[in-house]
Design a protein around this ligand. Structure first.
Ligand SMILES: C[S@@+](CC[C@H](N)C(=O)[O-])C[C@H]1O[C@@H](n2cnc3c(N)ncnc32)[C@H](O)[C@@H]1O
Length: 258
């Protein structure tokens, strides 16, 4: 008999995973427990999944060192944006990208950022993101704690919540939902996760992005592969794409929900 609670404790005892929300770890344990009979095999495969799908992008040591710094200081925020691979990669295109998104999506007063990472830290630098109700969800408790401190110190009407977006998402309406660089990770965590999530959201617009270079900066045809993947997904599920653009290292699609 597999003891899933004991496996959860053993994974939370590792400093590499103790910052992740319990719902995510529990979900992955119960999925892996269907495939393996021995606890040690389950632990190994859960850790592997957590490492490749969640942990890889985040320099936790750097974040922990910066959590007590001055959030009112723009230079400190820039250091934070550089500490997470995804926000670091977005630095050179962020103004153009948000300008394009908000030109296409009008009358936005609420934003839901799924698998947010440190993306909300861009708010003080991007006028289009300001003065909106902003909810950021992420599995990493360190990220959400840091974001809440940032929202308070910058007097932003935002909130960050630790949660596994494949276990539950809010059912209230948001004008726009950001799913930045998260679809491939969700698909690796659970088959058909992307389309099920898109269909379940109550939103007018969903902005979906993909990385077009590897974490180490190599171009391995990611732009073409993700574009083909997403256009197929959109076609077969009758999603209405109203905007599509490739920036230097990120491909952006906007869906209008009908
Ligand atoms: C590649 S990063 C993208 C971060 C951010 N969206 C951006 O582009 O700047 C993926 C993020 O998704 C989060 N994540 C991964 N799986 C998740 C899940 N099941 N539920 C919520 N967040 C998740 C990770 O913690 C990480 O911050």
């Amino acid at each position: 008999m597999i003891d899933e609670a004991k496996i959860l404790d053993s994974i939370l005892a590792s400093k590499n995973y103790n910052m992740l929300c319990n719902d995510l770890i529990k979900r992955i344990i119960s999925e892996e427990a269907k495939k393996f009979n021995k606890e040690k095999d389950i632990i190994k495969h859960v850790k592997n999944k957590l490492h490749t799908n969640v942990d890889l992008f985040f320099d936790n040591n750097k974040i922990n060192a910066l959590i007590n710094s001055d959030f009112k200081n723009d230079a400190c925020l820039l250091e934070l944006l550089k500490a997470h691979t995804s926000t670091n990669e977005r630095l050179s295109i962020v103004q153009e990208m948000y300008f394009d998104i908000f030109k296409k999506c009008k009358k936005i007063s609420s934003v839901l950022d799924l698998g947010a990472g440190l993306n909300p830290i861009y708010i003080p630098f991007v006028p289009e993101l300001q003065n909106k109700k902003y909810l950021a969800l992420d599995v990493n408790n360190n990220t959400t704690a840091l974001l809440n401190k940032f929202f308070i110190e910058r007097n932003i009407s935002g909130e960050a919540v630790s949660c596994d977006i494949l276990s539950k998402v809010p059912n209230e309406h948001y004008d726009i939902v950001f799913m930045f660089k998260i679809l491939p990770l969700l698909e690796k965590q659970k088959k058909n996760a992307a389309i099920n999530l898109i269909n379940s959201l109550d939103a007018k617009y969903i902005v979906i992005t993909f990385p077009t270079k590897t974490v180490s900066g190599r171009d391995v045809n990611m732009e073409q592969n993700y574009t083909n993947y997403f256009l197929n997904l959109a076609n077969s599920n009758k999603l209405k794409i109203i905007f599509e653009k490739n920036y230097s290292n990120e491909a952006v699609f906007i869906i209008e929900k009908i």
